[in-house]
Design a protein around this ligand. Sequence first.
Ligand code: GDP
Length: 425
Amino acid sequence: MVRAIVGANWGDEGKGKITDMLGEKSDIIVRFQGGSNAGHTIINKYGKFALHLLPSGVFYDHTTSIIGNGVALNIPYLFNEIKGLTDRGVPMPKILVSDRAQIMMPYHILFDQYEEERLGKKSFGSTKSGIAPFYSDKYAKIGFQVSELFDDEVLEEKVERVCEQKNIMLKYMYNKEEINPKELLKTLHEYRDMVAPFVCDVGAFLHDAIKDGKNILLEGQLGSLKDPDFGIYPMVTSSSTLAAYGAIGAGIPPYEIKDIICVVKAYSSAVGAGEFVSEIFGDEADELRRRGGDGGEFGATTGRPRRMGWFDAVATRYGCRVQGATEVAFTVLDVLGYLKELPVCVGYEIDGVVTKDFPVTSKLRKAKPVYEVLPGWGTDIRGIKTYEELPENCRKYIEFVEKQIETPITMVSNGPSRSDIIYRK
Ligand code: GDP
């Protein structure tokens, strides 16, 4: 059976923890989009880890971790991430990399930086991991596929051809140092040697795995609102963050995805620029940021402070809808125990009209939050194991949210570790 774990919001919903948890019962975990630009935080017996490129299953010895064709594959980064685990006592995981995955080139990272510099104040707030230039090249058909590393003739000719184009941009648009094709080719030969032990026809591997009845998890990065089609365009990422794309980015039939677990955080947070209707500021935001997540809400990759807000039911209902969520894991609820009252954004007022539908960006820009305020529970709920033991107001908050987002909340996460989870029937 294939399940997808995806985010309903701006990312950082705690997908890493849920994947790690469900990974225990999985045979295969697949990353299907994005690259090393976001991170999952995982806490287990080996310590606390921030994974960026590797799927969250790497800590189990019974799982195969796969980098699917939809991923932006930064080969030295992957290599170092694996080393970072084994250096800390984690057994060498079983990793497969799709021969159809494309390679993050050193110049993609440079172009990302140069473009953000050029845009100055109008920049996208990119993590500068090369994601946008990478996907632009993929779809402009000048990307490099892993398989091409193993064909010397094709590779050499292509490096020459692509460098010609890139060097015009570097010289005339950014006034930066040009790429030496010979050096680039040498780098790619190094990449080839690093990745060679992991390369596999992932589509065929997964086809057999599905036939054999294996449990497969597709692990999404970021969330619905960062999707290039359905998110807050243009303040989005460059590959689809939706479960539907899991089929393409892993290489499996769409109808095999039977369960879509949307991870939803009990309050809102976002990194980078873009519309964020229920955003809060000042001391109120600082306190939530400080208490949030596990040790504060700061980006796992960049360390940037996250923007904070109250729970946005409009955005989340939409986020679950575009994911096709079959169930919701509601996370980081323990953090809210300090609040006397919990505002929940239940509508957007746009030009004097209140709507419950998440609009396109030009309208979203004008949206003001409409809140319904719920009473807090004022206690620490960490350590609670059953739903019935949760304080009444806490259950009311969950049930209110569940009604608003029109998707069953089947799991409630009340702490960062794998065992901090309450299952609901
Ligand atoms: P992801 O990218 O969606 O995996 O999100 P992050 O890795 O940024 O996860 C958010 C943070 O919240 C991490 O530091 C997690 O350890 C932490 N976390 C996850 N679930 C919970 C929870 O239920 N309670 C608390 N307090 N922290 C959690």
